[in-house]
Design a protein around this ligand. Sequence first.
Ligand SMILES: [Fe+2]
Ligand SMILES: [Fe+2]
Length: 474
Amino acid sequence: MARERVDYSERIPNNVGLAENRRLLRALEEWQPRFLDWWQEMGPLGFQTKDVYLRTAISVDSQGWAHFDYVKMPEYRWGIFLAEPEPDRRIAFGAQRGQPVWPEVPGEYRGVLRRLIVTQGDTEPASVEQQRHLGRTCPSLYDLRNLFQVNVEEGRHLWAMVYLLHAHFGRDGREEAEAMLQRRSGDQDRPRILGAFNEKTPDWLSFFMFTYFTDRDGKYQLASLAESGFDPLSRTCRFMLTEEAHHMFVGETGLGRIVQRTCEVMREHGTDDVRRFGAIDLPTIQKYLNFHYSVSLDLFGSEVSTNAANFYTSGLKGRFEEAKQNDDHALHDARYGVTQLEGDRVVTRDEPALTTLNERLRDDYIADCQRGVDRWNRIIKQAGIDVELRLPHRGFHRAIGSFAEARVSPDGRVIGQAEWDGRHHEWLPVEADERFVQSLMQPVTERGKFVSWIAPPPRGINGQPIDFEYVRQV
Ligand SMILES: [Fe+2]
Ligand SMILES: [Fe+2]
């Protein structure tokens, strides 16, 4: 389908007919150098002059949108890609269900939609900033390339949201696009909007946890925005989801390879104490998992939220796989079971389905997270080791929602501050764990070689061999 092919002779590759909209083109051409300044200042440290084997989007159809080649990161063709329009698309939920979708922002939803887009958009540069230092300690060239692929695509996701702001929100949108380059992950005065995006990603165990758990929050947010009645947002998110899948692949397989290596060392030396053999022990993996999972759960917001209800009723943000839900898609009389704190007990209670949409999305997310944990546990079991990794209880280590007011153990008991103080070091990484993990972060940049704490992948990227020169050294 020639129509969807991207014109790379343009300064900003796009499939949105930018050339025909001079004002928008000029505005984005002004934003572009500031984006590049941000990339140089806050993007990957080092390697900016190296050739990296990256995929670039060349069309948006489901087959063959990706083109692989060596690219220097600052020359990556960040562009604007929307999924193909669905002919005669209708709003699938809420009060205006069945009406044609909106090609432009309805005036009454302007502020809310802008906020949704800015909140999503802000996470994209944030994660690049969080991962900025990781190149220096890469476990292999294969992993280094995957890191950079994730980074350039998060940069492109920022472009995707900035395009919507510029194209549909006038002056306010342009100001928000500017502010997106001003905030900094973890900065005291100008932090990124959401908590998890101000945490550090100081080592590769954290990186793989982040791409598994936190990028997966992105998948669920994008999937529910892909249902939006605001069609440009829907089409943007649909294409972003195809890129996001690779990020979660990096997380899931990265953690699987770490677990595999740990099990190999446990068996080889007949001990659980694998730290002295340069592998990451399973209890430490569990602690990192507990941390990243719990901060990612917070990203879904409060269990009960009138905002979430309003987004839904207005047709702005749907449920995960809205079309597959077998109900009236209005949810006026529906109820939904919500697990929450009541005094010092954890109870599940039916609440109005509309106000509990955050929780419902979190439930979909939790089920998805469990699938990866099951796969890692199969690796452990196949090695003949009798240990299981577990997702901690949803109330564990939460800062948002009903559980924020309590201390909850990973197995879901509401506990006192004294027990928490005495035991949290068993459940969350402490400084000694972080120091140990940091001590393992020795860079390996020899083709086909892997650091001591991670197994090689079963296959390379895009059919290339594992010892392919994924990042050129010169
Ligand atoms: Fe993203
Ligand atoms: Fe991502």
